[in-house]
Design a protein around this ligand. Structure first.
Ligand code: BGC
Length: 443
């Protein structure tokens, strides 16, 4: 007789084969990403016997190829426990649009059963009484002694567990194209001086040093990594977590802003606002040699068939070695008229279990939230991220651009100030510092 594990692996393999076929079709159909809605119904023949409960509506912004393959891992594991998931996927990197859709659904009295709510947005929604407590699951599954303390702290608010964590992303990641670097005899840069040397050689060969997009959230993602390297974790916390306004007027910030402007102009072309996947595409196609982005870009490159050991590599953004600028993805169960508590609790239990953690994070580019896992089977980027996050001596600091440190309005105001600085070449860095100092409002 087949064991539950055998059925799980068999169903997972079948799901992944279908995901791969769909991915091929998707590419052939001119990369129409949004048409890749890998519906649960495709897997139903395999899972019918296992899945009986009403599906849960899950609102999220994982719509790129890599993100959708990661979501497929969740579908597969959940189906084994009888939980079906209906995708409410809202396109838009960084979740700007998804947060707006969530707001309007709540205002219309029709919240989804589950939502990708992360960082401070979690506590904001919880304060409105919309988030279902998960203490019972957390106790049963022993989250407190099993999850990384930083993660446990992030999902706990006033003693109540308010979300199920999925994975830890590293924001301060510098990707590089291994083929380009090998061909030109380059080494990944460990500091900005080396970065400048590498950029110079790349430009001389007609290769753009850094894949870039002018979208405000992507600018903020690059900036916070530079800032961390420039001022170090203690000062970073003062600026980003404590939001000490006067600290934003100091010389280190001017240096970080000047570096940001320099990076934006390094390719010598006119920067454009475009999806992060388009910038990552530049890296994959060798039209650019590096990219600074959260490691969901690794998941994307892998979904396109690239291999982190052969085709691309990742190192910490210059100056941030042994530092982990994190963003933790979490799912909140929303209270609604649907009364699906048992199924929602099951979802929280399954997504944090070891097999699901491995399968999901492998595809997503992030690393597991559990400290008790063997990560030897993960790729070298993930192992590096994991060991830096786990090491007692490392600095773990929260991402502002990805909602780990401040409310939505503050995050947006900072991103807008940075974007305005970049698109206004005559604006001195000192003027941008004043804007930033007023954008951060101490909590
Ligand atoms: C989320 C990631 C997502 C990325 C790009 C981040 O804010 O945490 O899960 O892949 O945005 O959309």
């Amino acid at each position: 007789m087949q064991s539950a594990t055998d059925s799980f692996l068999e169903c997972n393999a079948q799901g992944l084969r279908q995901a791969k076929e769909l991915e091929m079709n998707r590419r052939n159909a001119h990369r129409q990403v949004m048409k890749l809605v890998l519906s649960v119904s495709l897997w139903v023949p395999c899972w019918t016997a296992l899945a009986q409960a009403m599906p849960l509506d899950v609102l999220h912004w994982w719509t790129s190829a890599g993100e959708q393959l990661a979501v497929e891992q969740l579908h597969a594991s959940l189906l084994l426990s009888g939980v079906r998931w209906t995708d409410v996927a809202v396109p838009g990197g960084g979740g700007m649009a998804a947060v707006k859709v969530l707001k309007s659904r709540v205002l219309m009295g029709d919240p989804p059963d589950v939502a990708q709510l992360i960082g401070t947005t979690l506590t904001d929604w919880n304060d409105m009484g919309l988030v279902m407590p998960l203490n019972a699951v957390a106790n049963r599954q022993r989250w407190a002694p099993t999850l990384f303390p930083t993660v446990m702290k992030l999902v706990t608010y006033k003693g109540v567990v308010i979300a199920a964590p999925l994975g830890i992303h590293r924001i301060n990641t510098l990707f590089y194209n291994r083929h380009v670097f090998t061909r030109l005899g380059l080494l990944p840069p460990a500091n900005w001086e080396e970065f400048e040397g590498v950029a110079h050689k790349l430009s001389a060969q007609g290769i753009k040093p850094l894949a870039w997009s002018d979208e405000a959230w992507q600018i903020a993602t690059v900036f916070e990594s530079i800032l961390l390297g420039e001022v170090g974790p203690e000062r970073y916390r003062e600026l980003i977590v404590n939001r000490k306004s006067s600290a934003w007027l100091e010389p280190g910030i001017e240096k970080a802003l000047t570096r940001l402007r320099w990076l934006r102009n390094i390719n010598g072309d006119t920067p454009k606002e475009r999806a992060w996947t388009d910038a990552t595409r530049d890296l994959a196609s060798e039209s650019a040699a590096m990219q600074i982005m959260g490691d969901w870009a690794k998941g994307e490159l892998m979904a396109w068939g690239a291999n982190p050991e052969k085709d691309f590599g990742c190192v910490a953004v210059p100056g941030t070695q042994q530092m982990h600028l994190y963003s933790v993805d979490t799912l909140a169960m929303l209270s609604s008229k649907n009364k699906r508590t048992a199924t929602q609790e099951k979802l929280a239990e399954v997504v944090t279990s070891s097999p699901t953690q491995l399968a999901y994070n492998r595809a997503k580019g992030s690393v597991p939230v559990r400290a008790d896992m063997d990560v030897a089977s993960l790729d070298s980027c993930a192992r590096d991220s994991w060991s830096v996050f786990a090491a007692p001596g490392s600095a773990r600091v929260p991402s502002l651009a990805h909602r780990m440190a401040a409310d939505e309005a503050t995050k947006d105001a900072v991103a807008q100030a940075l974007w305005r600085f970049l698109i206004t070449p005559q604006m001195p860095a000192k003027a941008a510092q004043r804007r930033l100092a007023s954008a951060v409002r101490a909590p």
